[in-house]
Write a protein that binds this ligand. Structure first.
Ligand code: T46
Length: 144
């Protein structure tokens, strides 16, 4: 599946830690947008969509939640629970996230600005889109 877990560079020790994230150095894409999600009740399921052309780094600087990733063939669940470990999503993956701790903050760094046209919000459309992609792979230059 087209994602990686990235161990982020952590500087510090007894006096606390600092995690710097620089584009094209600490993470393999240029950052166009930063947003964060907080105050989500534990049992809410967010996401329920895929992106067509976007690289993202997601992590919880505070708290935890579960991320469910789906490439149309298989699903995997990952717990985001560390300020120095990020989920790097580079492929077209359906994602849902849930089981939020009360203090959870999900931080997202994205390769693209917000564009509703980049979303696939219907699961059947997602399955059709990924089936089409597997028969017609995108040229390398099309992806960020
Ligand atoms: C993902 C998780 C972690 C904006 O106006 N600007 C933005 O940059 C974003 C991300 C959203 N919005 C608006 C669009 C919707 O009306 O905020 C509303 C909720 O957005 P969305 O459905 O994207 O929210 P989440 O929390 O379900 O998902 C987001 C990301 O889109 C998604 O890729 O992985 O955060």
């Amino acid at each position: 599946m087209d994602f990686e877990i990235l161990d982020l560079r952590k500087i510090g020790g007894d006096e606390g830690f600092l995690v710097p994230i620089e584009e094209n150095g600490d993470i393999p894409f240029a950052i166009k947008r930063v947003y964060y999600i907080y105050g989500t009740p534990s049992d809410v399921v967010r996401g329920r969509h895929a992106h067509k052309n976007q690289h993202q780094l997601l992590f919880c600087p505070i708290g935890q939640c579960d991320f469910i990733l789906d490439d149309g063939r298989e699903k995997t669940t990952l717990r985001l629970d560390s300020p120095d470990r990020g989920l790097y999503i580079k492929g077209v993956l359906w994602r849902e996230f849930t089981n939020f701790s009360a203090d959870c903050v999900v931080m997202v760094l994205s390769s693209e600005c917000y564009d509703e046209n980049d979303y696939i919000r219907n699961y059947d459309d997602f399955l059709q889109y990924t089936a089409h992609l597997s028969h017609n792979p995108q040229p390398q230059g099309n992806r960020p």
